[in-house]
Design a protein around this ligand. Structure first.
Ligand SMILES: C[S@@+](CC[C@H](N)C(=O)[O-])C[C@H]1O[C@@H](n2cnc3c(N)ncnc32)[C@H](O)[C@@H]1O
Length: 283
């Protein structure tokens, strides 16, 4: 499975759903309580997992603008079955080049999942400035934060995870990626912009019986470690074999650290539309 394949996104989605931080989700929902309708932009939507996770917690009428540069994922996202009152619009675009275009027009919330660890500090600042200039809140879920626990321990785990974290910082199309620093950088950035920020852990907690995702994760880690090159090919292969055996024998468990963030403009900058008379349907 490749990095953003539909198969990989489908495999990880139940773990993402389980991991999403409930305090952060509640804060998002509470912010929009009473709104007659909502216009949401989902950056790097993939097949639409953010909509599936967040949509049911929000007000009935929603319009989602789904943006991604992968046309096949975008087609899946826009083809999904939707409840009444929810409309979606697919926006094929490269967020590195055309971020501003997708934020144009009325937007109540910018949402994203598993994107911020791919972007550079420069791009994150650009996003923060664009969002703050429009006084829009941001819900950014599931940014990898570098914490990994694997059981039972293997002598090469530490060097593999250190290589994975180095790989996380390589360019993913937005310049040198923030990788594990993304969540804390986003929190700092929005606090500096006078936003109120709620954040919390959203770790994948993967148990001994959950083989398929563990197999994918450790294969991905071995490939990343090879690309970084700190470990020899035989050592990497031996590590992968040992870990695969543990997974197959139902003896392996993995925890992968993530962070969820909800950042909302404070005070007068927050335009509360909950008392608005507008009952217009989303466009
Ligand atoms: C890890 S996936 C997350 C997908 C989805 N948000 C989810 O949580 O399942 C990262 C997504 O970013 C998209 N992506 C990566 N680089 C992009 C870019 N430059 N412009 C737009 N989308 C991009 C990929 O196509 C993929 O859908």
């Amino acid at each position: 499975m490749s990095g953003f394949s539909a198969d990989w996104l489908a495999l990880r989605e139940p773990y993402d759903v389980r991991a999403r931080n409930p305090k952060v989700l509640d804060a998002v929902a509470a912010s929009f309580k009473g709104y007659p309708s909502l216009r949401i932009v989902d950056l790097a939507c993939g097949t639409g997992s953010t909509l599936r996770a967040l949509g049911p917690r929000l007000t009935a009428l929603q319009n989602w603008r789904l943006a991604d540069n992968d046309l096949s994922l975008l087609a899946r996202a826009t083809a999904m079955i939707r409840p009444a009152g929810l409309t979606v619009e697919g926006v094929p675009l490269d967020l590195n080049r055309d971020l501003e275009a997708v934020l144009d027009g009325p937007v109540d919330l910018v949402a994203t999942s598993a994107l911020l660890d791919l972007v550079s500090g420069v791009w994150l600042e650009r996003l923060a400035v664009e969002i703050a200039a429009r006084a829009i809140p941001l819900y950014a879920a599931l940014s990898y934060d570098g914490r990994v626990e694997i059981g039972p321990a293997d002598p090469l785990d530490a060097v593999i995870i250190s290589a994975v974290n180095a790989h996380q910082r390589t360019n993913k199309g937005f310049g040198p990626a923030l990788g594990p620093a993304a969540g804390s950088a986003a929190i700092k950035q929005f606090e500096k912009l006078d936003y109120s920020v709620v954040h919390g852990a959203s770790d994948w907690v993967i148990g001994e019986g959950e083989h398929d995702i563990q197999m994918e994760i450790i294969s991905g880690w071995a490939s990343a470690a090879r690309e970084i090159g700190d470990l020899s090919l035989p050592d990497t292969a031996a590590w992968l074999t040992r870990r695969r055996d543990l997974v197959s024998n139902g003896r392996s468990s993995i925890r992968v650290g993530h962070v969820d963030v909800f950042a909302r403009p404070m005070g007068k900058r927050w335009v509360d539309r909950s008392q608005s008379n507008s009952t217009s349907s989303p466009s």
